[in-house]
Structures are given as structure tokens and as C-alpha cells.
Write a protein that binds this ligand. Structure first.
Ligand SMILES: [Zn+2]
Length: 222
């Protein structure tokens, strides 16, 4: 289950029941620190806010007091999504700001803990609001005047891996993987956050061997 913090509630918001039809991902292009979260929660003169912020250490902050009954201001200018335009995009979507420095100078650009938290939060929201992967979009994709490109360089392949696992309900059974070209025990251990020794043990692979073959089905985690 995702751990959602409620330390801050945004000032800029509009009350009223809403129907959530999607999720919009952003990056903050700010300091890349907790100050970005504080800014989005504050009475800032840009009038912006967001439903969630995910910090670089993987903490999730919900700035909306009530997701089903409050609209936050994250994508209301020059946007179009699912027949919604401008302000109504805000009403129909949950915004997630991924905390990021404006010049992308932090390394890695998106730490693993942050990508995981975004993916698990998205899975949690998809379950809660009956959405699917196709309902998750980005500010860059819904902007109509070309003025936004965020979330910049976000690793969507890694996001998808974690999102799919989370939607399938991790812990409900073993995690399996079919070996494709380029996979090694080392790369799989890293990707699934386990060890080479554990994968070998689960699959009865000889201690002295590191051989896996394309098409082979592996249990990578219990
Ligand atoms: Zn944005």
C-alpha cells in the first residue's frame, strides 16, 4: 500500500464534486527539494497547486483535501484531454508533480525511489478511480500551445514495469519474468530489486552457472 503524507494542504483550490477521468504527470522545474512542495501548497502568486507531489526520496504528499470534491490548479491553461479543455482539464484530472530541479542537474535525474513512488501512486489512483494506464498522460501531451514539455526525461519504461506489478497486486503471488535478449542474472536482480543468488535458488539454477536463455521462464521474486 502506498504511504501518503498529509503534511500540507494547498491554498489554491476549488470545491465541488468532480469526475476523475485521468491523471496528468508533471515535473516541478523548481529547486528539486521540499521547497517545491511548499510552493505548490502555498498562496503563491501564480495561482498554481496540484493534487500530489512526489519528492526525490519517494515521499508522496497529497495537497488536495479531498480528491473527489476538490479541483486543484495544475493544467488549466491551453490544455485539452478527453474532450475537456483548459479549466475543465483540472476538474477531470488528478495532477502529480514529480519534484525536479529546473535545469535537470540532479543525478540521477529521477532516483529509483521516486519513479517507484510515482508508479505505485498511479496504480493506487487507477484502482480508486477505475482508471487504466491509458488514462495516465503528461502535461507535455495535453498542452496545445507547445509551452510545456514536462515531465522531462521521465523513465516511462521503468515506470510501466512497476505500475503493472502494482496493478497486478504485488505480494499476491510470485513475480515471474520471461527472459528476453540482453537479460542477465545481474540485470534481472537489479531490475527486480533482488539478488542473483535468490533468483538461482528459486529456479534451481546451479550455483556455478550464470546461464539463462531467451524464452526461459523465471521466478524472480516470491
Ligand atoms: Zn506541468
Amino acid at each position: 500500500m502506498v504511504n501518503i503524507r498529509r503534511d500540507f494542504t494547498a491554498v489554491h483550490k476549488r470545491n465541488g464534486a468532480r469526475q476523475v477521468v485521468g491523471i496528468v504527470l508533471h515535473d516541478t522545474a523548481g529547486a528539486g527539494t521540499m521547497n517545491d512542495v511548499r510552493f505548490l501548497a502555498s498562496d503563491n502568486d501564480r495561482g498554481v497547486s496540484v493534487d500530489f507531489c512526489v519528492t526525490r526520496d519517494g515521499q508522496i504528499f497529497q495537497l488536495s483535501p479531498d480528491l473527489g470534491n476538490t479541483t486543484m490548479f495544475h493544467a488549466g491553461r491551453s490544455t485539452r484531454f478527453r474532450g475537456l479543455v483548459n479549466a475543465s482539464v483540472n476538474r477531470g484530472t488528478i495532477g502529480i508533480e514529480i519534484v525536479q530541479r529546473a535545469d535537470l542537474s540532479l543525478s540521477p535525474i529521477y532516483p529509483a525511489a521516486q519513479v517507484r513512488a510515482v508508479a505505485e501512486l498511479c496504480a493506487h489512483l487507477c484502482n480508486a478511480f477505475n482508471l487504466t494506464r491509458g488514462d495516465i498522460t503528461t502535461h507535455a501531451r495535453i498542452i496545445t500551445d507547445g509551452s510545456r514539455s514536462d515531465p522531462r526525461q521521465f523513465p516511462f519504461s521503468k515506470f510501466d514495469e512497476i505500475f503493472i506489478d502494482a496493478m497486478n497486486g504485488e505480494g499476491s503471488g510470485p513475480v515471474t519474468h520471461t527472459v528476453v535478449a540482453g537479460d542477465t542474472l545481474f540485470s534481472l536482480a537489479r531490475r527486480f530489486e533482488t539478488t542473483i543468488e535468490e533468483i538461482k535458488r528459486l529456479n534451481g539454477i546451479n550455483e556455478a552457472s550464470n546461464l539463462i536463455t531467451v524464452g526461459q521462464g523465471l521466478i524472480v521474486k516470491l
